[in-house]
Design a protein around this ligand. Structure first.
Ligand code: CTP
Length: 204
C-alpha cells in the first residue's frame, strides 16, 4: 500500500496526512524488479509503475476492503501507507457552510480499523511501518508486537534529509528478535531493496 488515506468531511474537504506515497511505490518497483507479482493499493497521485497491478483508493475503509481481498492469495503484505486512524463520525452530503458569528467548529471523529493489525493469514508475511517523532525504536517495537508484524520499518519523521516527500529515507529495521538495524541515509528505492532482502529471508 502507498500514500495517505483520505477521510471525507463533506464533498470538498477531507482529513489526511503528508504521506507522498513514494516509499510504497519504491517498494512496488523494487519487488517487481526482483521478480515478484505486485499489487499496489494506492491513494497517491504518482505515475503508474510499469508491470505492477494498481488500484487507487481514497479512504481507509476502501483500502482495507482491497487489502483483505488481495491478502487471500498474497504471500507478503507491505503496509507503507499512512493510514488515517480516525474518520469524521458523519460525512455531510452538502458542502458545510459557516454560520455568521461562529468562531469554533468541533469535528467529531470515530476510530478506523487497523488494517495490518486485523488482517489474518496463516502464512502471510506482514511488514509494517512506524512513522515516529520520538522514541523511534521503542514505538516501532510496540507496533511490531501489537500488530503481529514480522518486520517493522521505523522512520523518524523529524529527520530533515529524509521522510515525507523526499526521494531519500533513513530507516531502522526491526524483526521479531527485536534487533534493530539502522540502514542510514539511502534512496527510497535502495531502502525498499533492503526491506525486501529481509522479506526474502522470511519467505525462507
Ligand atoms: N496501519 C494500518 N491501519 C491503521 C493505521 C495504521 O494498517 N488504521 C498500519 C500502517 O500502514 C503502518 C503501521 O500500521 O504500516 C503503523 O502505522 P502508524 O501510523 O505509524 O501507527 P498507528 O498504528 O496509527 O499508531 P499511532 O498513530 O498511535 O502512532
Amino acid at each position: 500500500t502507498a500514500g495517505g488515506t483520505r477521510e471525507a468531511i463533506d464533498p470538498v474537504r477531507f482529513l489526511s496526512n503528508h504521506s507522498s506515497g513514494k516509499m510504497g511505490y519504491a517498494i512496488a518497483e523494487a519487488a517487481r524488479d526482483r521478480g515478484a507479482s505486485v499489487f499496489l493499493v494506492s491513494t497517491a497521485n504518482l505515475p503508474d509503475p510499469v508491470g505492477v497491478d494498481i488500484l487507487r483508493v481514497s479512504s481507509t475503509a476502501e483500502m482495507q476492503k482491497v487489502v483483505v481481498k488481495q491478502c487471500e492469495t498474497a504471500d507478503v503484505l507491505l503496509m507503507a501507507a499512512a493510514v488515517s486512524d480516525w474518520r469524521p463520525a458523519d460525512v455531510a452530503e452538502q458542502k458545510m457552510k459557516k454560520k455568521s458569528g461562529e468562531d469554533k467548529w468541533n469535528l467529531s471523529l470515530v476510530r478506523n480499523s487497523d488494517i495490518v493489525g486485523s488482517i489474518e493469514g496463516k502464512k502471510l508475511i506482514k511488514v509494517g511501518f512506524a512513522a515516529e517523532s520520538q522514541r523511534l525504536k521503542q514505538n516501532a517495537r510496540k507496533k511490531l508486537k501489537s500488530k503481529g508484524l514480522h518486520l517493522v520499518v521505523g522512520n523518524d519523521i523529524t529527520a530533515e534529509d529524509s521522510g515525507f516527500g523526499s526521494d531519500n529515507n533513513r530507516v531502522v529495521l526491526i524483526g521479531i528478535d527485536g534487533r534493530a538495524e539502522d540502514l542510514g541515509l539511502l534512496t527510497k528505492y535502495q531502502t525498499a531493496y533492503r526491506i525486501l532482502d529481509k522479506v526474502v529471508s522470511l519467505l525462507g
